[in-house]
Design a protein around this ligand. Structure first.
Ligand code: ADP
Length: 262
């Protein structure tokens, strides 16, 4: 019975992972589709100035898709993820264009980056996917437009706050995505991190985005937390442990490449 339980837990984990990857893949395809759609409009208008930018947008999305399939291969070979010393402000800065494209023009984006944000030790591709998931959920919660805020902070969690969050006391970096959208009832908040829990119509929600975010944050030594009120909006924060070392040079090279492509 124990072996059967282990097996079923393993199957569940594989199911969650493959479903989650498919979900991230779909987000990327939607982004490419958006770039091509804009490209079509610009070409029809004869506005060639923007064409290059939208082509680069589609290209960088294709690169993200390729790195996702790389990770699927890595998982099927049972390799572990690839955390590196990174500064979340730099990761968010490299994503502004992508986020803007993903949420569309009816949503205002506000960035509030802590100066001297601490570094953390994290899989950068996974953190990008998690943030994109949160932004896309925020967009879905604001069908009539609104404001999306991405905020980074240094946090010292005292005993009380840490135990509320299920973390050890100490220093963390938080990344919070807030929206002014429809919000969630208490029941929805309680289940939102569950895999396959969705309130969206069939075909529109997989119920995997937030379970991926939660799983990723936990695997990274942190957690994720939801604050939400119906009709007031939602704020979802990812906490990642502070890393005392330097950001690796490799990240800056990646960042430079992302900025050049944007
Ligand atoms: P999906 O988006 O595919 O439904 P998620 O796991 O990302 O799956 O989200 C689960 C549910 O949590 C959503 O169906 C929705 O009810 C709720 N939710 C997530 N993010 C928000 C948000 N920003 N505002 C309101 N509700 C949200």
């Amino acid at each position: 019975a124990e072996e059967a339980l282990r097996q079923s837990q393993k199957m569940e984990a594989v199911g969650q992972l493959s479903g989650g990857l498919a979900h991230d893949f779909n987000n990327i395809l939607a982004g490419i589709n958006g770039s091509l759609e804009l490209l079509k409009i610009r070409l029809a208008q004869g506005r060639l100035a923007d064409v290059d930018r939208h082509l680069s947008g589609a290209q960088s999305a294709i690169k993200r898709a390729a790195s996702l399939t790389q990770r699927m291969l890595a998982f099927s070979r049972r390799q572990t993820l690839d955390p590196k010393p990174a500064n979340p402000n730099h990761i968010v800065a490299g994503m502004t264009e992508l986020i803007g494209r993903s949420v569309g023009p009816s949503i205002a984006i506000r960035m509030s980056a802590a100066s001297d944000l601490w570094n953390t030790f994290v899989d950068i591709g996974q953190l990008e996917n998690a943030l994109l998931n949160l932004c896309i959920n925020a967009r879905d919660a604001m069908p009539d437009g609104g404001t999306l805020t991405i905020e980074s902070s240094n946090c010292h969690l005292d005993d009380a706050r840490a135990s509320q969050l299920g973390l050890s006391t100490g220093a963390y970096v938080s990344l919070c995505v807030s929206d002014t959208g429809i919000g969630m009832s208490k029941d929805v908040v309680a289940r939102a991190f569950d895999p396959f829990f969705t309130t969206k119509p069939v075909g529109q929600g997989t119920g995997l985005g937030l379970s991926m975010v939660y799983g990723f944050a936990g695997q990274s030594g942190g957690t994720a937390h939801i604050d939400s009120e119906p009709e007031q909006g939602t704020r979802i924060c990812i906490y990642l442990p502070r890393y005392e070392g330097e950001e690796s040079l490799e990240n800056n090279v990646q960042l430079a490449a992302a900025v050049a492509a944007a």
